[in-house]
Design a protein around this ligand. Structure first.
Ligand code: FES
Length: 172
């Protein structure tokens, strides 16, 4: 947002939080963009998920967007992408939530982007959100939490289980 502001590009930001106490960086955002805050419980500003706010901005306030950047929990990014796909807004997501070691070696951040296997930590973390298989990524994220799940994934995915460091190519 700071970069866009410095380059004279107007941007809207939607911050979503469960409650008022969890809203962060409000003042910093206000300095560089049009800020919309929404809380799940309605304890501050708008009420509802960020997708409700986005829907209002587009359909009730007549806004249009060239690009959407979604950063946050997987479930939020999934539904933002579903909505922006319908609206025809190109969308970039950051797949940080599925990263664990950040070295390409653990296999936690393996994600299908279109037909390709990618690793968020070495190939991203930003990807075209409309190509991400969020359901698979979230299912995998849950499996990765247990030793049994990790073993199953390692067996099923074989040589594509981890991504290598991204530099030597030896582990690909
Ligand atoms: S975070 Fe471990 S492979 Fe990417």
């Amino acid at each position: 947002m700071k970069w866009l502001h410095e380059h004279g590009i107007t941007a809207d930001a939607i911050i979503g939080a469960k409650t008022k106490d969890l809203v962060i960086l409000e003042e910093q955002f206000k300095k560089v963009c049009n800020l919309y805050v929404t809380t799940d419980d309605g304890s501050y500003m708008r009420k509802g998920m960020v997708t409700v706010c986005l829907d209002d901005l587009v359909h009730k306030e007549g806004k249009s967007y060239d690009l959407c950047i979604a950063i946050g929990p997987m479930i939020m990014m999934k539904f933002v992408c579903k909505m922006t796909k319908e609206l025809g807004i190109p969308t970039v997501v950051s797949m940080n939530p599925i990263m664990v070691d950040g070295t390409g070696m653990c296999g936690a951040c393996r994600v299908m982007v279109g037909d390709e296997v990618k690793f968020a930590c070495v190939d991203g973390p930003e990807f075209d959100g409309h190509l991400i298989d969020f359901d698979q990524a979230m299912q995998r994220q849950a499996m990765y939490r247990t030793e049994e799940g990790r073993a199953k994934l390692k067996q099923e995915e074989a040589e594509t289980h981890h991504g290598g460091c991204g530099h030597c190519g030896g582990d690909k």
